[in-house]
Ligand binder design. Structure first.
Ligand code: BT5
Length: 321
């Protein structure tokens, strides 16, 4: 009901819509219309009301509400459902719970704030409320668990495409899951999986983006290594627009991936890579590998030329040397 009313108010834009028109169009009583208007105001929408003329929407809050996202998506799979939360511990946790209880592919969980945003290996993702994007997407590809890392690469390409569409922003992908701008991290991907030996049950792609985050809003330790779209270009962005852009890019890459077509995506990854052809140190849970990053395998592994010969690296933290 609320989104229908919102739609009506948006259609009229500068004009008033009478309570009677809304009640007829939506099929509810005038007092029910009033209740929904109150609730929309509580959500942050500024709606003027005048006794004889009705209601007029004058401002939309900077929130990632499903009504605002859905109307602009036009996707088949990604965004098949949208869950919005003002605050949660981690959108990946919520998405995993939803997926475990049967939520379909494409469901997106968005939070304005996370109290325990996670990175890989127990690390933290910091996101000042309302400044960035914290989003998790449920996927159910028919793939084997060893192919799951490709989805991290796919998400990185979708992010790079998204950032690349803003003038003055040149994104680079640092293997496997960081998006950098001028060497500083603007976004990270946390891919989590629920699988059996041969089959993936579901994958949750968790993505964090610094959009309008100011450097002083981040902890001191991150200041020298983090950046945001607005730090880079000295202007504010509609988080809604950035999210819609990202979800569309994800869909554009994911639909072919589901049909086994991902070689173009891997080529695009290489185009955006800031890791290939660089001297790197990769610290994994088992070992430290040092050498030149020379290629990206079909499986998402990075090929490092070491003094003892080429080594395939499947996971780890890269630093440049
Ligand atoms: C990542 O891990 O970069 C994955 C981040 C994924 C976050 C999203 S938000 C939505 C979803 N829900 C979650 O709980 N998580 C996902 P990793 O490569 O391990 O990097 C973590 C490191 O990035 C930290 O140790 C910090 O050094 C750095 N970091 C943390 N917050 C940052 C920020 N806002 N901007 C830049 N760097 C940050």
């Amino acid at each position: 009901m609320k989104s229908k009313i919102l739609e009506l108010l948006k259609q009229k834009q500068t004009d008033y819509v009478s309570g009677e028109q809304i009640s007829e169009a939506v099929g509810i009583s005038r007092s029910a219309v009033w209740k929904h208007i109150k609730s929309l105001r509580k959500d942050g929408y500024t709606i003027e009301s005048h006794s004889r003329v009705g209601y007029k929407l004058t401002a939309t809050p900077d929130k990632l509400y499903p009504e605002e996202i859905c109307s602009q998506l036009g996707t088949e799979v990604i965004g098949s459902g949208i869950v919005h939360l003002d605050i949660t511990d981690s959108t990946n946790n919520v998405a995993k719970e939803l997926a475990s209880s049967g939520a379909p592919e494409g469901v997106v969980v968005i939070a304005e704030e996370q109290s325990h945003g996670r990175g890989r290996l127990g690390r933290t993702w910091i996101s000042p409320p309302g400044k960035g994007i914290c989003v998790s997407i449920i996927l159910r590809p028919d793939i084997s668990p060893i192919d799951a890392p490709k989805l991290t690469l796919l998400a990185a390409v979708a992010l790079a495409r998204t950032f690349n569409s803003y003038p003055g922003v040149e994104p680079g992908i640092k293997w496997p899951n960081d998006i950098l701008i001028k060497g500083k991290k603007i976004s990270g991907v946390l891919t989590e999986m629920n699988a059996e030996l041969e089959r993936v049950n579901f994958i949750v792609l968790g993505i964090g983006i610094n959009v309008n985050t100011k450097i002083e809003e981040l902890p001191e330790a991150l200041m020298p290594i983090a950046t945001s779209l607005s730090i880079e270009t000295k202007r504010e962005y509609s988080r809604r627009e950035v999210l819609v852009n990202l979800l569309k890019n994800l869909e554009e890459l994911y639909l072919p991936f589901k049909n086994g077509n991902y070689s173009m995506m891997l080529e695009e990854w290489k185009k955006y890579s800031v890791t290939l052809n660089r001297s790197v140190r990769v610290v994994s849970q088992k070992e430290v590998i040092q050498g030149k990053a020379i290629d990206l395998g079909e499986d998402g592994a990075m090929l490092v030329e070491t003094v003892e010969g080429p080594v395939r690296v499947l996971a780890g933290e890269v630093s440049f040397i």
